[in-house]
Design a protein around this ligand. Structure first.
Ligand code: HEC
Length: 242
């Protein structure tokens, strides 16, 4: 009788472990790692966003939760017409598909940061209070968090270099330059990049690069950088072990 009781307990524990494993880290997608990295960056900066010039605070409602929801909706808009399902990424070993999803999410989240500049930079009394939290800064901080989690590198790459040495963007390297030029020539479809396995320092590294497009929200800051609406400027560039 006693043994049966222990057998029940053992079976119960086995099932709990399996269910826990299914719902926890083991089954998480890398896209979810990027989503949570981005959310963490927004969460870490709440105090920056919500503090008025005089030091008092006021809730801007640009919370990590709201941001995450908006970024994901924007991601879905950018990836409409895809034949792949986001859920398929869970088990996918397809590095093109995975890099594409990561680039689209980064582009989407950057856009949400751009769209919310007014809220971020305006005090409770309506006066301007620049926080210098622009898409470049957000993307850089998020990429650092994400690299810690996954080892995958996501860089923000310039198309035509300027903007000083302190940039959150890196100059394109030889591979990025070549691919971005080819994409330009072939008038590639919007929000589609190119990926291939390259030999880097004797190792096989998968690389992917997706051009960024200039939207109206970008021009609020970039009107003097010579950016034009809808043109391609800069890129998201990914490196992961093969
Ligand atoms: C709130 C202001 C702001 C907004 C909005 C903004 N940017 Fe920027 N951007 C900057 C600043 C400042 C820099 C330079 C700092 C740096 O490189 O770290 C920069 C740099 C860049 C660069 C690299 C420099 C270059 O000339 O190639 C690119 C590309 C770029 N932004 C693209 C965009 C795109 C695309 C958007 C729209 C989604 C956007 N930015 C929205 C402020 C902004």
């Amino acid at each position: 009788m006693k043994n049966i009781k222990y057998a029940y307990i053992a079976i119960f524990m086995l099932f709990s472990t399996i269910i826990l494993a299914l719902y926890s880290g083991n089954n998480k997608t890398i896209l979810e790692d990027l989503k949570s990295s981005a959310k963490k960056v927004i969460k870490n900066n709440q105090k920056l966003f919500n503090t008025n010039k005089d030091g008092s605070t006021y809730d801007k409602r640009f919370s990590a939760e709201r941001f995450s929801q908006m970024a994901y909706n924007q991601f879905k808009i950018l990836s409409t017409g895809e034949s792949w399902k986001i859920r398929d990424l869970k088990k996918s070993n397809d590095q093109v598909q995975l890099s594409r999803a990561l680039s689209l999410y980064m582009a989407a989240a950057r856009m949400i940061v751009a769209q919310n500049q007014f809220a971020i930079n305006t005090d409770e009394d309506g006066s301007r209070n620049p926080k210098r939290f622009y898409p470049a800064v957000f993307g850089d901080l998020t990429a650092m968090e994400f690299k810690k989690k996954t080892g995958i590198e996501i860089r923000q790459t310039k198309s035509e270099g300027h903007h000083g040495s302190n940039s959150k963007y890196s100059e394109p390297d030889k591979w990025e330059k070549k691919v971005l030029n080819n994409l330009k020539k072939t008038k590639n479809k919007r929000n589609v990049g190119f990926g291939e396995t390259t030999k880097t320092g004797g190792k096989d590294i998968f690389r992917y690069v997706m051009p960024l497009h200039v939207k109206k929200v970008c021009l609020a800051c970039h009107i003097n950088s010579g950016f034009k609406l809808n043109e391609t400027r800069g890129a998201i560039s990914i490196k992961m072990a093969k």
